[in-house]
Design a protein around this ligand. Structure first.
Ligand code: KIV
Length: 295
């Protein structure tokens, strides 16, 4: 009798936080993407992507907000549950939204527990440098793996004065390096490096043992993440220079919708094959009784 463990999935060995560390040690790149619902989670998972982040970029690319600040914990949990249902192999990381970890350690722990218990997340991500170290320790102490996120942290948009590449001066570069070391010490299992010069990302990657996952941080990180809507060409907002579009779904979807509308208007849809028919004898009886038949 074979015993099914959480490490065996129909898509291969389950990715855990330990897998990512092993990848770094083996110098194998880590793949990561965001997803926000059941179909995108299924596609990302079935494509063999290691990490599936239910990102608070949901605010921008799904909910149409200008920043990530408005998205709520309930929004994030709603999407995390859908993603959980769609993914089997990928590591699911829930992104803690603005406000859910800023008002105190207890409130943050409660929110993180909800990601795991109600959302089915296997880890959480939160933004910020050294000042997050006590919180990371607290969550890890309570069995919740934490992914850090430093550099351009979108939840600090007002403090940063816009979405600006970080770590471009000697002082700020040093701060980023120190932050990375402190978050590793606090127990983070991986670090997202967003919007930092490639040289700084390389230095951090070489300096710490936990994997770095880059977004706009050059090729020397241990892995890469993109926002799914950016990677698929389905973003209606600003597309940053570091994005590579692997498809143009905006055009594909728009063409399909126009074709549908044209078919409906012309009567080409639905066809006879796309229409249910009555059984012959029922049609004959109805016709005989004169119900609803004009010819
Ligand atoms: O919310 C998100 O999509 C993110 C990634 C950009 C890392 O935090």
């Amino acid at each position: 009798m074979s015993i099914q463990t959480t490490h065996d999935t129909p898509l291969g060995k389950k990715v855990t936080v330990h897998t990512l560390r092993e990848r770094k040690a083996a110098k194998e790149k880590i793949t990561a993407l965001t997803a926000y619902d059941y179909p995108t989670a299924r596609l990302v998972d079935e494509a063999g992507i290691d990490v599936l982040l239910v990102g608070d970029s949901l605010a921008n690319v799904v909910l149409g907000y200008d920043t990530t600040l408005a998205v709520t914990l309930e929004d994030m949990l709603f999407c995390t549950r859908a993603v959980r249902r769609g993914a089997k192999r990928s590591l699911i990381v829930g992104d803690m939204p603005f406000g859910s970890y800023h008002t105190g350690l207890e409130a943050a722990l409660t929110a993180a527990v909800r990601f795991v218990k109600e959302g089915g997340a296997e880890a959480v991500k939160l933004e910020g440098g050294r000042k997050r170290a006590p919180l990371i320790e607290r969550l890890v102490d309570n069995e919740i793996p934490v992914m850090g996120h430093i550099g351009l942290t979108p939840q600090s948009v007002h403090k940063m004065g816009g979405y600006k590449v970080q770590g471009k001066t000697v002082e700020t570069a040093k701060q980023l390096l120190e932050d990375a070391v402190m978050l590793e010490k606090a127990g983070a299992f991986a670090l997202v490096l967003e919007g930092v010069p490639g040289e700084i990302a390389r230095m951090i990657t070489e300096r710490i043992e936990i994997p770095t996952i880059g977004i706009g941080a050059g090729a020397q990180c241990d892995g890469q993440i993109l926002v799914l809507a950016d990677a698929l060409g389905l973003n209606f907002g600003h597309v940053p220079r570091f994005v590579r579009e692997y498809a143009n779904l905006k055009t594909t979807i728009s063409d399909a919708l126009k074709a549908y509308a044209a078919d409906v208007r012309s009567g080409a849809f639905p066809s006879q094959e796309e229409t249910y028919s009555l059984p012959g004898e029922v049609a004959a009886k109805l016709k005989k009784s004169g119900v609803g038949f004009t010819s």
